[in-house]
Ligand binder design. Structure first.
Ligand code: OOB
Length: 551
């Protein structure tokens, strides 16, 4: 198995010194920092999921015991990778914490991923284990995990929430509270993973091909969560609702689950953003902070308009990010939901921009905020790489104390995605206002943002080419009132061939691609428009589909 350091691009040492001097990087493992937080309020409820309620003491004891089991019984070693594909549930938190304590590295897959994405993640991370629900929304994840194991020699263990198949392990059983916790606690306190070690692998939204792995270190990810929690004013009174898939950076650590736990608050897990359930949970649990993508926020606003905001009395802050929130929608949050809105423009690659809680309403409703840290560097440049003045839109480049310098084991991709000096090219087109706040104006990357889920156009095209009918394909975003964007595929067919949307989607299903990546419209054309330099003119296609939809 490859040592993680081989595929990891470190920060330059002069900067790591600054990050430490400034106290951003504390040189402590994230799991140790969480254990210290747990010690401050051992009897407070840290985690609620339906009937299950775990105190900080119980959560840490379970995680430490699970950590010992992963190492002693499964033989996992420090730096071994474990693909986590769990829905929002308490076991996700125990497992993640166990990994952080033992130095096993969780690879944060999405519940919506299927064979196509998972087999890539397992292979690329050389995962030794995978954690899945037995079934979820009618899909047999345990069966797929066995298939993945048959194909990947390194993948030895399948951990299951729910009923395991023969040869698989019951994760819930091993998340139980130990009779005596002290031994496990002492063991992981005494032997934490190194501060510069990889804490988690997040997945890139991806513009080319399958998701890339983003190695986030203990130092940088602890800072990400801690500083975000501070900015959002989290503390022991916070009740955070995790309703977006918590393996996403946003609900995981911005400040999300990890930030809430570092601040001594309570995390409430909910596997669905359905407004009815969300509103009932907010009322029952006294939720103070919730996170949504714009499409979800719109559903919540609609529900509140119909049923009134009575259930939302405790809600103080609604964070919205992952895709552009329309100014008009932003303006309705306070009047309709009765809470403060915070816009979050972030990326799994690092940089986080937040509107501040005490910003004027106009800033909150019309900008996507400003960087979290004094250490964040942002440049806005034109196509030739020249810096642009405030007010002029250009491409955003960034680097900083929680923005890694490269993807894991992806030298070719890194050459494209990182400019000299370690600047990450986000592919977002933004403008900086004189007050420092950023406004996201568009995008210069071949990605489709379907309600916050990122889809690589190239990958959709690759899968389309697997059908016998397609000669040329171009995937583009089409505007959608509900999700913001959906995937539309333009295809030129081979002579005499036919293809329907249903056949195309069936082919995507056969290929094992996650459902959210399947095109929702197919346009068959005689030829694809090309630019002067001979590339497919995607802007022309986006304009074309927008035009067709508006008639
Ligand atoms: C978040 O992370 P990712 O990695 O799923 O996607 C990042 C991309 C950004 O480069 C940008 O294109 C888009 O998502 N995006 C936004 C946005 N927030 C993200 N575009 C417009 N307005 C926004 N507010 O999406 C993410 C990670 C951490 C916190 C929040 C979001």
């Amino acid at each position: 198995m490859t040592a993680l350091a081989d595929g990891f691009v470190p920060w330059p040492s002069d900067l790591t010194r600054v990050y430490r001097q400034r106290g951003w990087w504390r040189g402590q493992a994230l799991g140790s920092e969480l254990a210290t937080a747990a010690d401050r309020r051992p009897d407070a409820v840290a985690l609620a999921d339906g009937e299950v309620r775990l105190t900080y003491r119980s959560l840490l004891a379970r995680a430490d015991r699970l950590a010992s089991w992963l190492v002693d019984e499964l033989g996992l070693a420090r730096e071994d990778r474990l693909v986590v594909q769990l829905p929002n549930c308490w076991q996700f938190v125990v497992l993640t914490l166990a990994c952080l304590r033992a130095g096993v590295v969780p690879v944060m897959a999405l519940p919506a991923h299927r064979r196509h994405e998972l087999s890539h993640l397992v292979a690329h991370s050389e995962a030794a284990a995978i954690a899945v629900p037995a079934t979820l929304r009618g899909f047999d994840h345990a069966e797929l995990a066995d298939e993945l194991r048959a194909d990947a020699p390194a993948l030895q263990h399948v951990l299951v929430v729910g009923t395991p198949r023969p040869g698989q392990l019951d994760l819930t059983e091993h998340c139980a509270e130990p009779a005596t916790a002290a031994g496990h606690r002492a063991r992981w306190d005494a032997d934490p993973p190194g501060r510069s070690a990889v804490a988690v692998f997040l997945l890139s939204g991806g513009t080319t091909g399958l998701p890339k792995l983003i190695a986030r270190t203990h130092d940088d990810y602890a800072y990400n969560a801690r500083a975000s929690a501070e900015l959002c004013g989290l503390g022991p009174d916070t009740v955070y609702l995790g309703t977006l898939p918590v393996s996403h950076n946003f609900p995981l650590a911005c400040p999300g689950v990890l930030g809430t736990l570092l601040a001594g608050g309570r995390v409430v897990m909910l596997p669905s953003p359905d407004p009815e359930r969300v509103f009932a949970t907010i009322a029952a649990e006294g939720v103070t902070v919730a996170t949504a993508v714009p499409a979800v926020a719109q559903r919540w606003l609609g529900h509140a308009r119909q049923h009134g905001p009575d259930q939302l009395a405790t809600l103080r802050l609604l964070q919205v990010g992952g895709a552009r929130l329309a100014d008009e929608v932003a303006r309705t949050v306070r009047p309709v939901l009765g809470c403060t809105l915070q816009q979050v423009f972030g990326m799994a690659e690092g940089l986080l921009n937040y509107t501040r809680l005490d910003d004027p309403e106009d800033v909150i409703c019309t900008t996507q905020g400003r960087p979290l840290s004094d250490g964040d560097e942002v440049r806005i440049v034109d196509q030739t790489g020249q810096d642009l003045p405030d007010g002029v839109a250009g491409v955003l480049l960034t680097r900083g104390p929680y923005t890694p310098r490269g993807y894991y084991r992806a030298p070719e991709q890194n050459a494209r995605s990182f400019a000299p000096g370690g600047w990450y090219r986000s592919g977002d087109i933004v403008r900086r206002r004189p007050d420092g706040n950023l406004v996201v104006e568009g995008r210069d990357k071949d990605m489709i943002n379907r309600g916050g889920e990122k889809i690589s156009a190239e990958e959709v095209e690759n899968l389309a080419y697997r059908t016998a009918a397609v000669a040329h394909a171009a995937a583009v975003s089409m505007p959608d009132p509900e999700l913001g964007e959906r995937v539309c595929l333009y295809a030129v067919l081979k002579p005499g061939a036919t293809l329907t949307l249903g056949e195309l989607r069936a082919a995507m299903a056969d290929a094992g691609a996650a459902r959210f990546t399947w095109p929702e419209r197919l346009e068959i054309v005689g030829q694809l428009p090309v630019t002067k330099v001979g590339k497919v003119d995607k802007k022309a296609l986006r304009d074309d589909i927008a035009d067709r939809l508006s008639h």
